[in-house]
Design a protein around this ligand. Structure first.
Ligand code: UD2
Ligand code: MN
Length: 581
C-alpha cells in the first residue's frame, strides 16, 4: 500500500506540473496583451456596445472594479453586518428554532440581516490589483429556486446587483421551480420590478433543479451563463475573474471559491486556499487540498487558478454556445444530484477544462438536508442519476462505481434510455475515461479489479488452477496462466474472459461465459456487504440457501462448494493482490 501511495503522489506531481506549465502559457498571453496596451486603460463601464468576445485583437485591460458597499454599508450597526455572526435575541430562541425548517438554516436570523449587508473582502492579496480585459462577454446569471426563504433569495440577488459591473450583467434570470409559497408567487415579481435586469420565469410544474437550469439557459440572452444557488452572497469582484477565464478560452468552465455562510449564525466564513474539486467512489463530490510540497515545488500562488477534476455543481460560468454544443445537461437527470459529475466528465473528456478561480469568491449556505421535497425517493433519485452518468461516461470503470455501493449493483435500476447521451459522446468525439484518469485526475484510486493473481487456500497452501474449464487445486505457480484470476467489482471471479461458477450439485466449479447480471456467477469475498467478520476470508456463493463456500480438498486436489463454516480452514482463501483500501 505504501508503494502505491508513492506512485500516486508522483503521478499527481506530474499532473500539477502540467497545470503550472499551462498557467505559465496563459501568463504569457496576459503579458502579451499587456504589452499591446497603448496606455489607454479604459474603464470598462463605458463600453456598452455589443462585444466581439472572442477576437484575438489587442485589448485594453482594466482593474477589477470595486463595486461594493463593504466600505460604507447604509447601516453599519445592523445585525450580521460585515458578515459577522448574529445571536438570536433572548426570548426568541423558540421562534428561531421553529423557523429553522423553512430552509434548514437559521431563517429567523436571515430575516434580521439587511438584504444588502456588507461582507469582508476575503480574496487573496493581489486579486484587487489584477487586470482583466475590457471586452469581457456579458453574462446571464441564472438562479433556480424552489420555496427559497424570502430574505435569503433577496440577499442573493442584491449581492449580484451590488457587486457586479452593470455592463457585464445582461440579466438576472430567476427560475421559480413551481414554488408553493405565496410570497414567491405573489410578491416576488412586484419586488423585482424595481430592477430592470431581473427577469422571473415561473415554471408551470416542478422541473427539478437540473431541468429548471435548462429552462433558464433557453431564455438567457447573455454570452455566458452564470449559474448560482438561491442562497448565496457574491463577494466583491467575483464576476470579472470568472468571465475573464471564459473569455481567454470559451471551453473553460470557471467556478468561484465557494465560501461558507454559517447555517446557525449566518456569519460569512472564508475557506482554506488550494482546494481542488474531486470525488471518491461511488462518485461523491468533495474538496481536497493540494499537498504543501506540491504547492512549494510548483510555486503555486494563492491567486493561481486551480484545475479541478470535478466541480461542486452550483456556481459556475460557462460560455452559452459551448454549453449547448456539449448538449447541456443530460435532460434525463431528475430533480437534484449527479449533474455536476455529468457536466464535469463531459467538459474534460470533450475538450474543455474546469477551474476554480481564487479571486472569485461566493458565499453559500450549506445545509444538512434539502428543505424541499423530492417527487420520488431522494436516495433513489440521486442514485439513478449517477447510474446514468456512470453508464454514459465511465466506460469499464463503471464497475468501480457499482462495486463501491454494494446495493447499487443489485438494484437493477431502470436508468431510462441512454442512446441519445451515448450518441452525443460519440458525435463530440470525446476521450475515454481512462484518458481522464491519466490526465485530469491521476491521484484518484481506480484499480480496475478488486483483487487478482493466484488464489491460494490458506490451510492447504495450494492454488486454484483451471484444467479443461474445471477448477482444481495444484501447487502454486505465479507464472502459470492457468492460475491467474481477477476478482472484479461486480463480484465475478474471472479467468481470462470466462467466469467461475459453482455447480448446483456442489461439485467442482467450472468456467462459464461471463454475464454481469447473472447472480449465479457472483461470489462475495472480503465484502462489507456481508456483515459476518468470521467469513472474511471465505469465498461465498450468496445466491443459495444456506450460503455456499468454496472449499479445497487435499490430497484429492479437488474443489467444491459446501455450506459455509467459519471454523473450516479449508474454506479460507486469499488472492495474491488486493486493491481495496
Ligand atoms: C450542490 C450544489 C447545487 C447542485 C447540487 C447537486 C453548490 C454550492 N450547490 O447542492 O447547485 O449542483 O449540489 O445537484 O455547489 N432547486 C430547484 N428545484 C429543485 C431542487 C433545487 O430549483 O427541485 C434549487 C434550490 O432552490 C437551490 C439550487 O437548486 O437554489 C440547488 O439546490 P440545493 O441548494 O438544495 O443544493 P446543494 O447546495 O445542497
Ligand atoms: Mn445550495
Amino acid at each position: 500500500a505504501n508503494q502505491e501511495k508513492n506512485i500516486s503522489r508522483n503521478r499527481s506531481e506530474v499532473a500539477f506540473l502540467r497545470l503550472s506549465q499551462m498557467d505559465q502559457s496563459l501568463a504569457k498571453e496576459v503579458e502579451l496583451a499587456q504589452a499591446n496596451l497603448t496606455g489607454q486603460v479604459q474603464p470598462a463601464v463605458q463600453n456598452q456596445s455589443h462585444i466581439k468576445a472572442h477576437l484575438p485583437e489587442p485589448h485594453g485591460m482594466h482593474q477589477v472594479l470595486r463595486i461594493d458597499e463593504t466600505l460604507s454599508p447604509r447601516d453599519p450597526k445592523a445585525p450580521g453586518q460585515f458578515g459577522r455572526p448574529v445571536i438570536v435575541p433572548r426570548g426568541k430562541e423558540k421562534e428561531a428554532e421553529r423557523r429553522w425548517k423553512e430552509g434548514n438554516f437559521n431563517v429567523y436570523l436571515s430575516d434580521l440581516i439587511p438584504v444588502d449587508r456588507a461582507i469582508e473582502d476575503t480574496r487573496p492579496t493581489g486579486c484587487a490589483e489584477q487586470l482583466v480585459h475590457n471586452h469581457l462577454p456579458t453574462t446571464s446569471v441564472i438562479m433556480c429556486f424552489v420555496d427559497e426563504v424570502w430574505s435569503t433569495l433577496l440577499r442573493s440577488v442584491h449581492s449580484v446587483l451590488n457587486r457586479s459591473p452593470a455592463h457585464l450583467i445582461r440579466e438576472i434570470l430567476l427560475v421559480d421551480d413551481f414554488s408553493t409559497k405565496d410570497y414567491l408567487k405573489d410578491h416576488l415579481d412586484k419586488y423585482m420590478s424595481q430592477f430592470p435586469k431581473v427577469r422571473i420565469l415561473h415554471l408551470k410544474e416542478r422541473h427539478g433543479l437540473i431541468r429548471a437550469r435548462l429552462a433558464g439557459a433557453q431564455h438567457a440572452t447573455g454570452d455566458v451563463l452564470t449559474f448560482l444557488d438561491s442562497h448565496v452572497e457574491c463577494n466583491v469582484g467575483w464576476l470579472e475573474p470568472l468571465l475573464e477565464r471564459v473569455y481567454l478560452s470559451r471551453k473553460k468552465v470557471a467556478c468561484p471559491v465557494i465560501e461558507v455562510i454559517n447555517d446557525k449564525d449566518m456569519s460569512y466564513m472564508t475557506v482554506d486556499n488550494f482546494q481542488r474539486g474531486v470525488f471518491v467512489w461511488p462518485m461523491n463530490f468533495g474538496w481536497k487540498t493540494i499537498p504543501p510540497d506540491v504547492i512549494a515545488k510548483n510555486k503555486i500562488k494563492e491567486t493561481d487558478v486551480i484545475r479541478c477534476p470535478v466541480m461542486a455543481g452550483g456556481l459556475f460560468s460557462i460560455d452559452k454556445s459551448y454549453f449547448f454544443e456539449l448538449g447541456t445537461y443530460d435532460p434525463g437527470l431528475d430533480v437534484w444530484g449527479g449533474e455536476n459529475m455529468e457536466l464535469s466528465f463531459k467538459v474534460w473528456m470533450c475538450g474543455g477544462e474546469i477551474e476554480i478561480v481564487p479571486c472569485s469568491r461566493v458565499g453559500h449556505i450549506f445545509r444538512n438536508d434539502n428543505p424541499y421535497s423530492f417527487p420520488k425517493d431522494r436516495m433513489k433519485t440521486v442514485e439513478r442519476n449517477l447510474v446514468r452518468v456512470a453508464e454514459v461516461w465511465l466506460d469499464e470503470y463503471k464497475e468501480l462505481f457499482y462495486g463501491h455501493g454494494d446495493h447499487l449493483m443489485d438494484q437493477g435500476f431502470d436508468a431510462g434510455n441512454l442512446t441519445q447521451q451515448r450518441d452525443l459522446r460519440r458525435r463530440l468525439k470525446c476521450k475515454s475515461f481512462k484518458w481522464y484518469l491519466e490526465n485530469v485526475f491521476p491521484d484518484l484510486k481506480a484499480p480496475i479489479v478488486r483483487a487478482n493473481g493466484v488464489l491460494i487456500n490458506l490451510a492447504l497452501g495450494k492454488c486454484v488452477s483451471i484444467v479443461n474449464s474445471t477448477a482444481l487445486l495444484e501447487d502454486c505457480d505465479g507464472s502459470s496462466k492457468f492460475q491467474q484470476f481477477n476478482y472484479t467489482w461486480l463480484r465475478l471471479i474471472k479467468h481470462e474472459e470466462s467466469c467461475l461458477a459453482p455447480l448446483p450439485d456442489q461439485g467442482a466449479p467450472k468456467l462459464h461465459p461471463c454475464d454481469i447480471r447473472d447472480k449465479g456467477l457472483k461470489w462475495l469475498h472480503k465484502s462489507t456487504s456481508l456483515f459476518q467478520p468470521e467469513l472474511v476470508n471465505h469465498i461465498i456463493f450468496e445466491n443459495h440457501h444456506p450460503l455456499l463456500c468454496l472449499e479445497g480438498n487435499f490430497p484429492q486436489k479437488t474443489l467444491k462448494t459446501a455450506p459455509c463454516d467459519p471454523k473450516k480452514p479449508s474454506q479460507k482463501w486469499n488472492f495474491e493482490n488486493y486493491y481495496e483500501d
